[in-house]
Design a protein around this ligand. Sequence first.
Ligand code: ADP
Ligand code: MG
Length: 331
Amino acid sequence: MKLIEVVDLYKSFGDVRAVNGISFAVEEGTIFGFLGPNGAGKTTTIRILVTLSEQTSGTAIVGGVDVSADPRGVRSRVGYAAQATGIDRDLTGRENLILQGRLHGLSKVDASTEAEAILEVISLAEVADRRAGTYSGGMAKRLDLAQALIHRPNVLFLDEPTTGLDPQNRNAMWTYLRKLNDDGMTIFLTTQYLEEADELADDLAIIDNGRIVVEGSPTELKRGIGGDSVTLMPSTDSSAEDLEVMATAMRALHDTNGVEKLGDSVVVYLEDGGSRIAEIVRAIDTTGVQLGRLELAEPSLDQVFLKHTGARLRVEDVKPPSRMSRNRRHR
Ligand SMILES: Nc1ncnc2c1ncn2[C@@H]1O[C@H](COP(=O)(O)OP(=O)(O)O)[C@@H](O)[C@H]1O
Ligand SMILES: [Mg+2]
C-alpha cells in the first residue's frame, strides 16, 4: 500500500520555484530517501507533506488523507523532526517529551508512559533528567527524533537527521532508524549524504533544482549506470599503443556495456564484473601487453548522481559543536 502519494507538486516563493513539479510514492513500511544538495527543495517538500506549508499546486496524500483537505488528520498520523532541532534547552529531555505528548493531546499519564518507553528505545534514559541544553549534538538529534515519535505516528518525516553529526553518532542514528523501521514505521528522510541514502533507503528519489532527476532503489539506480567497472592499467613501461591494444581486446569481449580510455587506463563497464575477471585477464594476456593493475568497482550513488545531474554531490562534513562550548547557562 502507498502511504505517501505526491502528484505534480509545485511550490513557488515569489520567482523561486522551490519545488518544480514532482511526483513520487512511498510504500508502507519502507524507508524512502530524498537525496539532494543544499537548496534542492527537500525541506520545502517535507514541510508540505507535514502540513506546515501549502503547495502552490498539485496533490499530496499522506496515510490516505489529502494534506490540503484535512491537515489536522494528517498531523495526527505523522511525526516530524525538522532540520534544526526543535527542543527546549531549558527543559530536561523527559520534560521535552512529555510537553510534546501533551501538545499532541495525550493525557499526562499517557505522555509520561510514552516518554519513558521512547527514552529507553533511543538510549536517553540515563540523561532524561538533564537539561536538554547540556546534550551533545548526537543526543539532541536523538531527542528530536524521540519527540517526533511520542504520539505513535504511522509515518516519520526526518529532515536531514544526521547533518552535522560525527560518523559515530551518525551510525547510532542509522541503527535507531533501522530499528524503528523493523518495527513497522514508514520513514521519509531527506539527506545530503550519498552513503546515508545508500545505507538506509529501500527506495530513493534524487532531487535537484526542484525536480526529481531519477528514482528507484539504490541497487536499481546503480545498475542503471552500466554495471561494475573494471579499470585496467598496463605496466609502467607501456606505450599509448599498448593502451589501444588493450582497449581493442576489451571491445571484442561479449556482453559489456561499454569500454573507454580514461587517462592511462582502460575502463570496461559490465554486469557482475567479479565473475569476469579471469576472462578479462586472459584476453589481455593473449595481446602480449603486460597488465600493471586491475581494479574492480561496484557502481556508487556518486556515479548515479553525476550521471543524472552532471555534477558531483559532495558535502563537507560539518563538525558538531562540542558539548562544553554550547551556550551553557549556569543557574
Ligand atoms: N520561505 C522561503 N522564501 C523564499 N525562498 C525559499 C523559502 N524556503 C526555501 N526557499 C528557496 O527554495 C529553494 C529550496 O529550498 P529548500 O527546500 O530549503 O532546499 P533543501 O532543503 O533541499 O536545502 C531554495 O532556493 C531556497 O532558497
Ligand atoms: Mg533543507
